[in-house]
Design a protein around this ligand. Structure first.
Ligand SMILES: [Zn+2]
Length: 593
């Protein structure tokens, strides 16, 4: 996170530095309870509103809002760069900052990119030398030009082809590990991650290889294997084929999201140059933001099977928060047993284009899915539709599009948009089996769910964790696995970080996130006043937040499963899961704030 200086060194530095000593050398501090006060050095004031908390390693001025860690203070007060501040703080404590040698090489991005590029070329050479692999690509309809355009290669069978060729020194082995090309065994020995696979280089927006996807030639498992998360490669953000699409097209007027790299390559081979694929993950918010930065027209094209329909529903849920006027989103469902690659090979480019044209608009897809299996002639049926729609519509930002969606939905329900809106916002039932029960009895004792699952609980959890990192020691992060909303990932990361580093302070966390997109946000939250008296039980409070969020996650899961149930689409496991969730109804509860 800190570029050239290893993160563990920053962790250590922040843990050892005494913020009172660092600041006390520059400004006059006065003890006030467990904190220290001073006249703020960053704004003009007579009464001190500048507070330093040694426990948190954090300062904050209530007058002007200045805040930060010891490192941040040196940067702001002495106008130092980050690296200089690290040097200076290390100097005060009397420790040396690790440089060039040591940890640095594995962290240097240019060197890592150089390595991935070399390995990419190596895989391409291996492909040329391997008749079996070439025959496989031919049989899949991939010609030489397309293979070249996507840099397709082959990782030969054997356990150490890449290791032997590139792992020529301890340093090079570290780099291979850093980019995920080799795996370290418990005994400290290494072996190649990709063996006997067709290799697809995954590129960043500048065309640099950040990772690989590997597909088996036969029917071995796993069929697809991707590079793990590394400093270069973040699955939830990258889209396979995006760089190639941008190279091929001067102007991108639409993008098709498909499921696999073979789909992207197969479509490109047939003249569809605007396909991209997610890499073994659902379509995330990050993906969608990247797509919408390039075009206002996104088409999801999934396989006609059950997994494909699941993926589409997930994609819809993740798209709703980003939907706005001017953006067009469609869903294309191919016939059963078909994927985009096989479809275009069998039916040709024109037929695929046609399928795209006939895709279902997002609003229609949403309404169609929600109203299927609901008896709209009955009051109960309409109420049930409103219940199903509520969690989804809540995701759509207020605006023209939301109004339109509401209108479409209202029409199919036979209510005025106004009445529907009232139904949607009224109370929530459906925290128990009723919601999906055949005898969906109507909802009189509507229980309020206000505040639950809103960012506020998440925000409170993150704030508490920042102020009382130790309170997160016993939390079960697994409980949040299904939670989808913005900030959930950050909370999970925070909990994992804090649990891995039990002594970490507020400042330690902030320094870990200094170079991260959420860093600013976190440091703002660190300035929020939370009770700091003896009685306050942060761990209990935090556990309660987590409990609430877990319930929200369970509800989202139920909604998702119900969505599938209506498509008659539940696996045996999922049926059992839904039953289990239904038997342990998610109980109503009181909002926190
Ligand atoms: Zn101030």
């Amino acid at each position: 996170m800190s570029g050239r200086i290893p993160q563990h060194f920053i962790d250590d530095l922040i843990a050892r530095a005494d913020i009172v000593e660092v600041l006390g050398r520059r400004i006059q501090l006065k003890k006030a309870g467990r904190e220290f006060k001073a006249v703020c050095p960053f704004h003009d004031e007579k009464t001190p509103s500048f507070t330093v908390s040694p426990a948190k390693g954090f300062y904050h001025c209530f007058g002007c809002g200045a805040h930060g860690t010891a490192l941040g203070f040196l940067m702001d007060y002495d106008h130092m760069s980050f690296v200089d501040a690290v040097e200076s703080l290390a100097g005060m404590i009397g420790i040396e900052v690790p440089h060039e040698e040591g940890q640095r090489p594995a962290q240097r991005f240019d060197e890592l990119f150089e390595l991935t590029q070399k390995v990419e070329r190596h895989f391409q050479h291996e492909l040329r030398d391997n008749d079996k692999a070439v025959a496989y690509l031919k049989q899949r309809g991939i010609d030489g030009a397309t293979a070249q355009r996507f840099g397709i290669g082959y990782a030969a069978a054997g356990w150490s082809r890449v290791l032997d060729k590139f792992g020529t020194s301890a340093e090079m082995i570290e780099r291979l590990l850093a980019v995920g090309l080799i795996i370290r065994k418990d005994n400290g020995k290494h072996y190649d991650r990709f063996r006997d696979r067709i290799m697809f280089p995954i590129r960043d927006s500048r065309g640099r290889c950040i990772g690989f996807g590997g597909r088996v030639l036969g029917n071995d498992e796993p069929k697809y294997l991707n590079s793990p998360e590394t400093v270069l490669f973040h699955k939830g953000r990258e889209l396979y084929g995006l760089y190639e699409a941008r190279q091929a097209l001067r102007h991108i007027d639409r993008l098709v999201v498909v499921e696999g790299y073979m789909d992207v390559v197969g479509l490109a081979r047939n003249g569809i140059d605007f396909a991209v694929a997610t890499l073994g993950t659902a379509t995330t918010n990050d993906h969608l933001q990247r797509l919408f930065r390039l075009t206002d027209y996104v088409i999801f094209c999934f396989d006609g099977d059950r997994a494909g329909r699941d993926a589409a529903w997930r994609a819809l849920q993740n798209t709703l928060p980003l939907i706005e006027e001017g953006r067009q989103v469609r869903f294309v469902f191919l016939p059963d047993k078909q994927d985009p690659d096989s479809f275009v090979r069998e039916n040709g480019t024109a037929a695929f284009e046609q399928a795209l044209q006939e895709g279902v608009a997002l609003s229609d897809y949403l309404v169609r899915e929600l109203s299927s299996g609901v008896d709209l002639a009955s009051v109960d049926g309409r109420a049930r539709l409103a219940e199903l729609a509520r969690p989804l519509l809540r995701l759509v930002p207020a605006g023209v599009y939301r109004e339109l969606l509401l209108q479409t939905l209202a029409e199919s329900v036979g209510l005025s948009a106004f009445k529907l809106e009232a139904l949607l916002t009224a109370g929530s039932e459906g925290k128990d089996n009723k919601m999906r029960g055949k005898a969906a009895r109507h909802t009189h004792r509507a229980t309020r769910m206000t505040g639950v699952g809103k960012p506020s609980v998440l925000r409170r959890a993150i704030t508490l964790l920042l102020h009382y990192p130790q309170a997160a020691q016993d939390l079960d992060v697994e409980k949040l696995a299904d939670l989808q909303r913005p900030g959930a990932g950050l909370l999970r990361d925070l909990i994992e970080n804090v649990q891995a580093e039990p002594g970490i302070t507020t400042a330690g966390i902030l320094e870990r996130w200094r170079h991260h997109a959420d860093g600013q946000h976190l440091s703002k939250l660190a300035t929020i006043e939370v009770p700091f008296d003896e009685e306050f039980d942060a761990a209990a409070e935090l556990a309660e937040c987590l409990q609430q969020l877990a319930r929200v996650a369970a509800r989202e899961r139920i909604d998702f499963l119900i969505g599938k149930e209506r498509l008659d689409n539940l696996s045996v496991d999922e049926k059992a899961e839904l039953r289990a969730l239904g038997n342990n109804p998610v109980k109503p509860h009181i909002a926190m704030d």
